[in-house]
Design a protein around this ligand. Structure first.
Ligand code: UDX
Length: 438
């Protein structure tokens, strides 16, 4: 078993650290935020993620997992350091690598033995070559340090399962020493390992995420066409799914992909291509489709209603997908300002995302309109003139068609996630619009 340090305790770092401890490694997670470290020691996760806290507590109690802000001590003598800090998108679409650079420098200045540095964060192809050079430039002691790429494929809400039962582990190394060590670190996971060069590993991450984003945008594009020609996207998707070359996953049309990965990684790859004098037309198309798709409910409803001014608008779901409190790139963030600018009185409900949303949009008057937060779905629907569904939370899916008819002033529903059977809504007397279905 290895002595592992994980830098960064966000989705990527914390989940990796906990899972390494779970399979038996000795893990220390480093974060600069003292409050966060104290919380984690008490078994409280800074991110909303099922299963995580139980494993945090179990492995902390077993002495295999610890947390610290003292990076200088942590980086002294680990066998491997995994970097899982953020690489946020900059206005031009490029990735901000300053967090990676600062961890790299801290490692270089403190490491006292040979060490493998493994970058889990998503970084532009070629970055890890530079990280290795950067560490070598700042090394204080005469030790061997190599950098490997080990991209992370977890999805929010299922992060622990995605890590412990990953479809594959990608390792990108430039030496036998690094390859063998990473293989050994991952041996207890008992999962398929794909070992490639560092640059190929970096590319696999982008190519995989962008392929999935492209798949979603393709289905959204086809859905919009289905509506125009009278076909049903869900039937079309079902028909496609039996072809194993296509597969059954990620065929759901909706109001566009959000979250911390697809929007960022599509823009980053487009930027990387441009920098290398190449136009990545497929990904550019995926981004364009997604931008329009995010406000498609607003666009549709605007055509049906003369104005949103003075209307009570029920908004169901604020997060970018169910199972997370994350609002990054959520369609709600595109639609709420449009509704407020028109003078809508919004009543929003989300099972876990409301506290985060309130920080951006406190309850009360906002410009021409206003926003209130409901304790229950029924409260949001009560007396509403129109309802927009943005996220397919189980609790929202459980709302019966009759409830819209009974509770709303006018039962007019725009469903961005195709939650309902069209016939059931019609039978209940609801005027219902969804995505890619007549
Ligand atoms: C994604 C990848 O799945 C993961 O492998 C990668 O490491 C990070 O990015 P995540 O962003 O957590 O994970 O969520 P995911 O479940 O993939 O959904 C992303 C977005 O696509 C959501 O907004 C979701 O609503 C949307 N989506 C997904 C669709 O619109 N249709 C689908 O069929 C699937």
């Amino acid at each position: 078993m290895y002595k592992i340090v994980v830098a960064g305790t966000g989705y990527v770092g914390l989940v990796a650290g906990v899972c390494f401890a779970e399979v038996g490694h000795q893990v220390t997670c480093v974060d600069i935020d003292e409050k966060k470290v104290d919380m984690m020691k008490q078994g409280i996760s800074p991110i909303y993620e099922a299963d995580l806290e139980a494993l945090m507590r179990k492995n902390y109690a077993a002495g295999r997992l610890d947390y610290t802000t003292d990076y200088a001590a942590a980086y002294k003598n680990p066998d491997a350091v995994f970097i899982g800090v953020g690489t946020p998108e900059q206005p031009d679409g490029s990735a901000n690598l300053s967090y990676i650079a600062s961890v790299a420098r801290q490692i270089a200045e403190n490491i006292e033995k040979d060490c493998l540095v493994v970058v889990k964060s998503t970084v532009p192809v070629g970055t890890n070559d530079k990280v290795e050079q950067f560490i070598k430039d700042f090394l204080v002691n005469d030790v061997k340090v190599e950098v490997a790429s080990n991209p992370e494929f977890l999805a929010q809400g299922t992060a622990v399962r995605d890590t412990l039962q990953a479809a594959r582990i990608i390792i990108g190394t430039e030496s036998k020493w690094a390859e063998e060590m990473l293989m050994k670190i991952y041996e207890p996971f008992n999962l398929p390992i794909v070992s490639v060069s560092r640059r190929s590993a970096e590319m696999i991450k982008y190519a995989s995420n962008d392929f999935l984003a492209l798949k979603i945008s393709y289905m959204n594009d086809i859905a919009n066409l289905c509506e125009l020609i009278g076909a049903d996207i869900q039937d079309v998707a079902r028909g496609m799914s039996f072809d194993q070359r296509i597969g059954s996953k990620f065929l759901n049309a909706g109001i566009g992909y959000g979250g911390s990965c697809f929007p960022k990684d599509t823009k980053a790859l487009e930027y990387l291509a441009k920098q290398n004098g190449y136009e990545l037309r497929t990904i550019k198309a995926a981004i364009d489709v997604n931008t329009d798709q995010k406000t498609i409910l607003y666009t549709k409803a605007s055509k049906r209603l003369i104005t949103f001014n003075g209307l009570k608008v029920a908004v169901l779901g604020l997060t970018f997908k169910p199972g997370t409190d994350d609002l990054r790139e959520a369609p709600s963030l595109e639609n709420i300002p449009l509704l407020l600018a028109q003078g809508a009185d919004i009543y929003a409900y989300d099972p876990v995302g409301m506290d985060n949303f309130k920080r951006k949009y406190p309850a009360g008057k906002n410009g021409r309109g206003s926003i209130q937060y409901a304790d229950k779905v029924a409260e949001a629907l009560e007396g509403a003139n129109v309802c927009l569904i943005f996220t397919e939370w189980g609790e929202i899916k459980a709302v019966k068609p009759e409830a819209y008819k009974q509770l709303m002033r006018t039962p007019l529903v725009y469903d961005g996630r195709n939650i309902y059977e069209i016939k059931a809504m019609k039978d209940a007397g609801v005027e219902y619009y969804s995505i890619g279905r007549k």
